[in-house]
Design a protein around this ligand. Structure first.
Ligand code: SF4
Length: 701
């Protein structure tokens, strides 16, 4: 091993964004360990991260471009993609084409894809699988703060006296962050409250588990706001100096959830436990509220986010050590995608279509008059448009919507119906079978760029393996198509560093401080400095010597009047209530050892060992009433699809509810796929689908 070299990079799985060191031996084989110098994880890795070295084989890889399933040259494939997109735009307009991209893309990949679609094709029809992950947090942040800002850093969880985990199985989904929290708790006695309909691994170790009725989070936090008012825990000076909308939000909260007893009824909780939570929150200045997919993946996700933010605005607990609201993302680069504008309702660099001057500003920077002027189609609407013929050419990059999207059966039909489908990906997936053109993309370990984790920390993701076959990085593939569509000058990049410089310069362009996302201090970064870039928090404006840790702590918000905004929200009923035909509520989520649709982790035997097949969790009383024993094979059906799974009887499951892991796909034949069962019902503000409350029926096979 004397010839071995070591490369510092970042884990490609979750939003914690741990640093890893890849050691490449002289024979080309690589081993992976945690990076002790990375601020997110200080050398630790979870089960998925520590198995990264076992996912590096070429099994299942796409190694060469293909047209209609037959190998071809890059030139032929790229020419065809460019010509079909150009012809479609010429014949049917820019809104007849779309990109569906991924939080697996690096920021540089995301940037050029967004620039091509919004700046040069002239449509905003680019959306991302992050829509399924945290779009409600984005919408909630924009409503309250004026910009998509996560104010805190991971250290806040270690400096808090109370951490409230809402809809977040942190122990399994963000394991290293959870370990940091537990280590801090051992030292300072941090109280942990878990708000979750399931008794998860996280709930098993908390001080108080509020196992609420699914979808009633708004009532719980409206009740908290009412309690804060009643217990004189409001920071009146902060509210008066730095916020607007307080009275209206309080008025609605007090009408909606006036007492802990009423909240307990709505949420199906013990009122003494509701009161205990409220008293702890009121009395504990250093409180962090973490929220994740259990909040976001809901037809009312944005309101849930704002109900939480209202309580932090009311107490002035934002952006200060050990206190603040904290959205944790599912994917390694969900934040980077948000930064470049990779959602259909964003434009670029935290500029949105709600600012009438933003398209012209971005156009001046990109030197084009063709910038999109209105939001594009969000994920669910995009696939509907592909199915009914409005979208005629679709490019799917690095994601597997044929499994992961709600109503996945309809999404497959849409992919089949769409006139021209391009898929660029690392491996063959359920989606790639629908590709007219399949493009081989570089995998983790082969590609270079940056990612941003949940605490705004930018980390370099670096290559340490050669690209096999004809594989190319996503940014190269996008820019080659752009060049062939006639935009060569605007897409002339030598490497990812050149793209990053442009991205950084755009963040600072005509930015007088109104937008907090500003990394202008990196706009002139040299290739060698970019290559060795140490993890860095944004903002990092020109002249900065260090990234900013916390934001909004001074009470100034990036809104028009500089004030944080309370949003009056009301508890709504379930978008999809149960009925006699479908009497159980299905919740979906992750397992500890799997990632997304298992295209990577499914190849590691030790990660498969704990849960080799999908199991639907049912309360034992419900199972007995249905004549089902633990381990029985059952059929699960919703109005959208069905499948098979084994039953795991679990007392941690509320009566009348079931839980199914999200990972299994068509590759596992008739197994139940969460996406196939889920409904294409979305939040009206964020467009995020409801993946936590789907009526189903379950019967023994
Ligand atoms: Fe990777 Fe997340 Fe595990 Fe860290 S916690 S090693 S980022 S999967």
């Amino acid at each position: 091993m004397t010839d071995a070299r070591e490369v510092r990079t970042a884990c490609p799985y979750c939003g914690v964004g741990c640093g890893v060191q890849a050691r490449v031996a002289a024979d080309g084989t690589a081993t992976v360990r945690g990076d002790p110098g990375h601020p997110a994880n200080a050398g630790k890795l979870c089960s998925k991260g520590s198995a990264l070295g076992e996912t590096l084989g070429l099994d299942g890889r796409v190694l060469h471009p293909e047209i209609a399933g037959r190998g071809t040259s890059w030139d032929a494939a790229l020419d065809l993609v460019a010509s079909r997109f150009s012809e479609t735009i010429a014949r049917h307009g820019a809104d007849a084409v779309a990109f569906y991209v991924s939080g697996q893309l690096l920021t540089e990949d995301y940037y050029v894809a967004n620039k091509l679609m919004k700046g040069f094709i002239g449509s905003a029809n680019i959306d991302t699988n992050s829509r399924l992950c945290m779009a409600s947090s984005v919408a909630g942040h924009k409503r309250a703060f004026g910009e998509d800002i996560v104010p805190g850093v991971y250290e806040d969880l270690e400096q808090a006296d109370l951490v409230v985990l809402v809809g977040s199985n942190t122990a399994w989904c963000h394991p290293i962050l959870y370990q940091r929290l537990l280590a801090a708790r051992a030292e300072r006695g941090t109280r942990i409250v878990v708000v979750d309909p399931r008794r998860t691994a996280t709930a098993g170790e908390c001080d108080l588990h509020l196992q609420l009725r699914p979808g009633t989070d708004v009532a719980l936090f409206n009740g908290l706001l009412a309690h804060l008012v009643g217990s004189s825990a409001i920071d009146r000076d902060y509210v008066a100096a730095h916020t607007s909308g307080f009275e209206a939000a309080v008025s609605l909260a007090c009408a909606d959830a006036p007492t802990p007893r009423r909240v307990a009824e709505t949420c199906d909780l013990d009122s003494a436990e509701v009161s205990r939570f409220y008293d702890w929150f009121a009395a504990t200045a250093r409180t962090v509220t973490v929220y994740s997919q259990g909040v976001n993946q809901s037809a009312h996700g944005t309101d849930k986010v704002n109900a939480i933010l209202n309580c932090h605005l009311a107490t002035g607990r934002i952006g200060r050590p050990g206190m603040g609201p904290f959205s944790v993302t599912g994917q390694p680069n969900a934040m980077g995608g948000r930064e470049v504008g990779g959602l259909a309702n964003q434009l670029a660099a935290h500029m949105g279509f709600d600012d009438p001057q933003a398209p012209d500003r971005v156009g001046r920077f990109w030197r084009t008059a063709g910038v999109a002027r209105k939001p594009g189609l969000k994920a669910v609407d995009m696939f509907e448009a592909a199915g009914d013929g409005r979208i005629k050419a679709l490019w799917v990059m690095g994601t597997n919507p044929a499994v992961s999207m709600p109503d996945a059966g309809k999404v497959r039909a849409a992919l089949k119906a769409c006139e021209f489908v391009v898929v660029s990906d690392v491996t063959r997936t359920d989606t790639s079978q629908f590709a007219d053109v399949l493009l081989p993309a570089a995998a983790w370990g082969e590609k270079d760029g940056t990612v941003t984790n949940s605490e705004r920390l930018i980390t370099r993701q670096k290559s340490f393996l050669p690209m096999p076959g004809d594989v190319r990085p996503d940014w190269w593939i996008v820019t080659e198509v752009a060049r062939r569509m006639g935009f060569a000058e605007a897409f002339d990049y030598a490497n990812p560093a050149a793209i990053f410089r442009e991205h950084a310069a755009l963040s600072a362009f005509e930015n007088d401080g109104a937008r907090l996302f500003d990394i202008g201090g990196l706009a002139d970064i040299e290739d060698s400095t970019y290559d060795a870039l140490a993890p860095l928090h944004w903002p990092f404006p020109r002249g900065a010597s260090a990234g900013s840790q916390r934001l909004l702590g001074d009470g100034r918000f990036p809104t028009v009047d500089g004030r944080g905004r309370f949003v009056a929200v009301r508890q709504e009923g379930a978008a999809l209530p149960v009925d006699a035909a479908f009497p159980l509520v299905l919740n979906t989520g992750r397992l500890r050892d799997q990632w997304h649709t298992m295209t990577r982790t499914g190849r590691v035997p030790r990660l498969m060992a704990n849960a080799p097949e999908p199991a639907v969790e049912l309360n034992p009383v419900d199972a007995a009433a249905l004549g089902i024993a633990d381990g029985d094979l059952v059929r699960i059906e919703s109005r959208y699809g069905g499948g098979r799974a084994k039953v795991a009887a679990s007392a941690g499951q509320r009566r009348g509810e079931a839980f199914l892991p999200m990972h299994w796909s068509g590759r596992f034949a008739a197994n139940a796929a969460a996406g196939a069962l889920s409904a294409p019902v979305t939040d009206p503000f964020s467009g995020q689908p409801e993946l936590k409350h789907v009526p189903v029926r379950i019967a023994r096979e």
